[in-house]
Design a binder for this molecule. Structure first.
Ligand code: FUC
Length: 802
């Protein structure tokens, strides 16, 4: 918060100011909007200002961030398809071998059987690209598209009554302030139905709106800017790969005048209000092997024309309806009341004694994760990348790509349980499409059938590896396939299972059947080479590899059985009979990370890969395997609570699955205190969006779990959340649930199954008995055994359990 601004304008936002000036007497402060981030100053116009303070909007395909400058506004924007690298670079090879290396894999395996573990770099040297190849140029990176820059002549640098906000429940960002006695308001939203970003600028005095609009793009491309009919068009090609891009910004004024300038800018003077409509396009297409489609001009022009013809009111109404239909499905009320303080102050004060404010921040953070998924992942677009859809740089950290050894997976952890299942479609389609290039990689690198991808990918079907030790992670496809099957477990969408999840599972398993080797030490099937992500030597049968493969073949057997494919089910069962499941308790009581008992108790690496079996996996739980769960706790404690943003988020999920709500909450608090930026983006550091999604997932896991076949209610409720309500959560088996609790005990459940069948609910409170009624309050027959309540449910009926 900017104290200088505050002093000058204390009367303008009394409620907000009083709550944060400690020496004023306490007064009743008006409560803030529960799901709004707001600030009393603009984001600084720098890369760091962008990262820590700008406010994101997005429609899945496009994103923008609002800086909120008074005299000069900046709207940085993105389009998920604008990437360097790929087939447009002459020597792009999808990460595959530059030349075949027959026998390379056999040589590596020989050494591992002899030596136990070998340097991970040796594996990549044998299998990967030559170390002198310019891999970044070929792999490419996600690009900033550019900035809409608005300059307002006559407006001061700073103004009174300043507020910049992002109302996540409405999906609208806004800036308002008073200058020269005139109230200025600016609204911004990204419309999924219209495929454009929309802004409206207005004042409370007629004729008060005047500005010049231009589009600025980074230097790594050719660019021409023209203005005609109030439309700014900037187009050209990326220098690296020739990708064609185009942005169009239509400026519409109400009153006043509008001028197209020869330098490709548009000026509005003396207008009552103005509406801006921004569209983007590239000639990218998600099709192997060229990944090149048509020039974007015609499609983009049609889209921006349509947006302009609709007008602001209709665009906003359609956007609100679309956004609320997703956002409003799930809610979390922990009893927090949002105090009227800016969000950066709320975050800074977290944990300092105001429990109600802390709960309010947690509720906001929870819903912000859902908001960010709605904004960065819509059907028909590419999946959310390391930064969702937002990137300001030409060379962003880790290319802002798709890391497949946890990060992309984590992005989608909250999708199902928080009732946003259709937003995972981009992930499903992306994985499905990776199979085609992945087949070539499987054949070339491993002489195997099926498909494979490694540790990171781009939008151009990169499935091979880099010569970096982290890159050896052929398990990524198997992990992702499990996520597709989990979509089925949540939705029971059989056409999806048949069409997408099952073919992906089958083809992934095909690769692994070829890749798995018999371990001469015990005759089990193991992955070799195999490594715990980003840690240690290349070995045989590292726990995470084996655990991922256990899930792959278990899911495949289940799916095949469901679809009546007996042959495939039997083949999967045969592998499972011999597969090392990757679960061992070692000499210091830990769950082993490696097949050999070599774990170092001092290792605090951020990846806790061997706990895949706890989350997102389902092999280890205090409910089913108490000894292994204890060992998992030993391992997790040894790793400590420290870690990058996403690592802390994963640990929330782990502790929730280990049924320790207080520890899960402690990790959430750690994440908020040490890994969250002022705009509530997760920071690795730097900004990386997976931690936002992982935290929302972890908070949900604290309240509801369904991975073991029984719907576990409030399995890890922390002491800090003695009462609350969660609505619209989803459980596997296609159930929607509302939960209410008080004094730390479940008080009411509402459950609506999509399909008929037996429902099994678990809660300690059931030990004291329960009442089940249907929608018309008629008692429903049920059984209680210990803490499990069972009844048969009809599709679409709503049951209330008290
Ligand atoms: C994995 C992690 C890093 C980072 C990167 C994008 O490699 O180990 O911490 O999150 O992905």
């Amino acid at each position: 918060m900017n104290r200088r601004l505050l002093a000058g304008s204390i009367t303008m936002f009394l409620g907000a100011a009083l709550a944060v000036v400690p020496d004023l007497p306490a007064v009743a402060t008006p409560a803030g909007e529960p799901y709004t981030l707001w600030y009393d100053e603009p984001a600084p116009d720098t890369d760091q200002g962008w990262e820590t303070r700008s406010l994101p909007i997005g429609n899945g395909a496009m994103g923008a961030t609002v800086f909120g400058g008074v005299a000069a506004e900046r709207l940085q924007f993105n389009d998920k398809t604008l990437w360097t690298g790929g087939p447009g670079v002459p020597d792009y090879a999808f990460g595959n071998w530059d030349a075949p290396r027959p026998g390379a894999l056999e040589g590596i395996r020989e050494r591992i059987w002899k030596e136990g573990g070998i340097p991970a770099t040796d594996v990549l040297a044998a299998l990967g690209l030559k170390s002198d190849t310019p891999r970044h140029r070929r792999f490419g990176a996600y690009q900033s598209f550019g900035d809409v820059r608005l300059t307002f002549p006559g407006l001061p640098e700073q103004a009174d009554g300043y507020r910049r906000e992002l109302a996540v429940a409405r999906g609208v960002a806004g800036v308002s302030f008073t200058a020269g006695g005139v109230r200025h308001t600016r609204e911004y939203f990204a419309s999924a139905p219209a495929g454009v970003i929309v802004a409206r600028l207005a004042t409370d005095r007629p004729g008060g709106v005047g500005f010049t609009a231009r589009i600025a793009v980074p230097a790594n491309r050719s660019a021409t800017a023209t203005a005609a009919g109030g439309r700014v068009t900037v187009k050209g090609n990326l220098s690296n790969n020739g990708m064609a891009y185009e942005a169009q910004l239509q400026v519409l004024n109400q009153g006043g005048t509008r001028t197209d300038n020869p330098d490709g800018t548009v000026t509005v003077s003396g207008a009552d209000s103005a509406v801006l409509i921004l569209g983007t396009g590239t000639d990218y297409a998600p099709d192997y092997p060229t990944y090149k489609g048509k020039d974007p001009h015609a499609r983009l022009t049609a889209r921006v024309d349509a947006g302009a013809a609709r007008g602001y009111a209709k665009l906003l109404a359609a956007h609100q309806a679309d956004h609320r239909a997703l956002f409003g499905r799930a809610g979390l009320d922990l009893g927090g009341v949002m105090p009227a303080v800016p969000t950066d102050d709320l975050l800074a004060a977290y944990g300092s004694g105001d429990a109600s404010a802390d709960r309010a921040l947690e509720q906001l953070f929870y819903q912000y994760g859902r908001y960010l998924l709605i904004a960065s992942s819509r059907p028909g677009s590419l999946p959310a990348n390391l930064q969702g859809v937002w990137n300001v740089l030409e060379a962003p950290p880790w290319q802002s790509d798709y890391h497949l050894n946890i990060n992309l997976q984590m992005n989608y952890w909250p999708a199902e349980a928080t009732n946003l299942a259709e937003l995972a479609e981009p992930l499903h389609t992306y994985v499905d499409r990776l199979r085609e290039p992945g087949r070539v990689t499987a054949r070339q690198m491993y002489d195997a059938g099926g498909w494979v991808a490694h540790h990171a990918s781009n939008i151009f079907g990169q499935t091979g590896a880099w010569d970096h030790p982290a890159y050896f992670f052929p398990e990524s496809g198997a992990w992702l396939a499990g996520q597709l099957y989990d979509h089925y477990r949540y939705t029971l969408d059989e056409p999806f299972l048949r069409r997408t999840a099952y073919p992906v599972l089958k083809e992934t398993a095909r690769f692994w059947r070829d890749f798995l080797q018999t371990d001469p030490r015990d005759g089990t099937l193991v992955a070799v080479p195999s490594r715990s992500p980003e840690l240690g030597a290349s070995t045989a049968g590292a726990s995470m590899s084996q655990q991922i493969l256990w899930h792959l073949f278990t899911d495949l057997r289940e799916a095949a059985t469901r679809l009546g494919d007996r042959k495939e089910a039997a083949a999967a069962a045969k592998v499972l009979d011999r597969l090392d499941a990757g679960l061992r308790v070692g000499k210091w009581g830990q769950l082993q990370e490696w097949k050999e008992d070599i774990d170092d108790p001092a290792e605090t690496h951020r990846h806790v890969s061997h706990l895949f079996s706890v989350h997102p996996g389902r092999q280890v739980s205090p409910r089913t395997t108490p000894e292994l769960a204890e060992a998992a706790k030993v391992s997790l404690n040894a790793r400590t609570d420290a870690g990058t943003g996403w690592s802390k988020a994963w640990k929330i999920n782990f502790w929730a699955r280990l049924l320790d709500g207080d520890r899960a909450h402690k990790l959430l608090a750690d994440q908020l205190r040490t890994s969250t930026l002022a705009n509530l983006w997760d920071t690795h550091p730097p900004f990386q969006i997976d931690g936002n999604f992982g935290a929302t997932s972890g908070m949900t896991e604290m309240l509801l779990q369904s991975h073991l076949g029984t719907i576990d209610l409030l399995p890890a409720l922390p002491g800090a959340w003695p009462q609350g309500r969660a609505t619209g959560l989803r459980a596997r088996g296609a159930h929607t649930l509302d939960l209410a609790w008080s004094s730390g005990r479940l008080s009411e459940v509402r459950l609506t199954p999509d399909e008929r069948g037996t429902v099994r609910l678990r809660s300690d409170t059931f030990r004291d008995g329960a009442r089940v009624v249907d929608r018309r309050d008629r008692p429903v027959g049920h059984r209680v055994e210990g803490d499990v309540l069972t009844f048969s449910a009809k599709a679409g009926e709503t049951y209330r359990i008290t």
